[in-house]
Design a protein around this ligand. Structure first.
Ligand code: SF4
Length: 303
């Protein structure tokens, strides 16, 4: 089981495309005791904990003592712990632990990007970049982005994450725009000194090794709840909180039933193995889908 642990939604940034919207002001913080309790509940259902992604909100906005305690709690359950941060604040606590540090860095699209880039350049350990393909980012010149990424000496990997409309903002970024942006990185990958993760994901998907269902990935929220990323009636992304782990298992069964009833998905050669992080109800493939079918087709045809 992969765990996404949000100890807080509070963040020092107010990115207009963030899925947390007003919740970025919410200082509710999950207690470390509740972290142990929730992870123990996962184990009690017979699952292993394969990885933990610790993010927020902004984890570095929390007191250093808390940062230490929550990282230690995560490492006591699993050796693969990733911390996702905007890297705008003091990061020294992270350097004490064997965790993977991922920076949410979208070139010039986020506030304080000059300071964040300087922090990345000075960061004395391996770094990984997660770029959110927001409306602004997909219009930028990919070769210029790669040139800036190459100035970060310890940068090991780059991954582009798709933007999703959510309950706070609904920018029109078509699935096909995300696909075109990823294609440009693949076509320019020889210029990028870091490894491009999306291409690994495409290859894994084509080899049938991805799981696009939510049955191996659960969120834990600052409110001490399990949660899944879900969609509301307007097809906007939202967290659905669940009272216990059994409710999460029940939700994943309903998700499989729903996706299996979708006529695009149930006839798709990538069914269950596509690039979706959480499956939407596909209504048309005109601009592809959030499993990125047309990107998979493109890559397969090039092989
Ligand atoms: S690639 Fe698209 S159509 Fe195919 S299963 Fe995934 S979401 Fe459905």
């Amino acid at each position: 089981m992969h765990i996404s642990l949000n100890p807080t939604y509070y963040c020092n940034f107010r990115c207009p495309f963030c899925y947390l919207g007003d919740m970025l002001l919410d200082k509710t913080t999950l207690s470390v005791d509740h972290v142990y309790e929730k992870l123990t509940e996962v184990l009690s259902h017979g699952y292993n904990i394969d990885s933990i992604d610790l993010y927020g909100g902004e984890i570095l906005s929390l007191p250093k003592e808390y940062q230490s305690k929550i990282i230690e709690a995560c490492l006591s359950f699993c050796s693969e712990v990733r911390v996702t941060t905007n890297l705008s604040l003091d990061y020294t606590e992270l350097l004490k632990y064997p965790v993977q540090v991922c920076v949410s860095y979208d070139y010039t699209c986020r506030e304080d990007h000059v300071q964040v880039l300087a922090n990345m350049i000075n960061f004395p350990a391996d770094l990984h970049v997660l770029m959110l393909a927001s409306k602004g980012l997909v219009k930028k010149n990919v070769e210029n982005i790669i040139a800036v990424l190459n100035t970060v000496p310890n940068l090991k990997t780059v991954e582009i994450k798709p933007y999703s409309t959510n309950q706070y903002n609904q920018f029109d970024v078509k699935h096909s725009e995300f696909e075109e942006f990823v294609k440009k990185f693949i076509l320019n990958k020889d210029k990028l000194e870091a490894h491009f993760v999306n291409e690994d994901m495409i290859q894994a998907s084509l080899a049938g090794q991805m799981n696009s269902f939510s049955d191996d990935h659960v969120y834990i929220t600052p409110n001490n709840k399990f949660a899944v990323l879900d969609f509301d009636d307007q097809d906007n992304e939202k967290f659905t909180e669940l009272d216990n782990f059994q409710e999460y298992i029940n939700w994943t069964q309903k998700e499989k039933f729903k996706v299996s009833a979708n006529s695009y998905c149930n006839q798709c050669e990538y069914f269950g193995k596509c690039l979706s992080e959480h499956l939407r109800d596909v209504q048309s493939l005109e601009h592809s889908c959030n499993g990125y079918k047309l990107l998979l087709d493109w890559y397969k045809e090039r092989a």
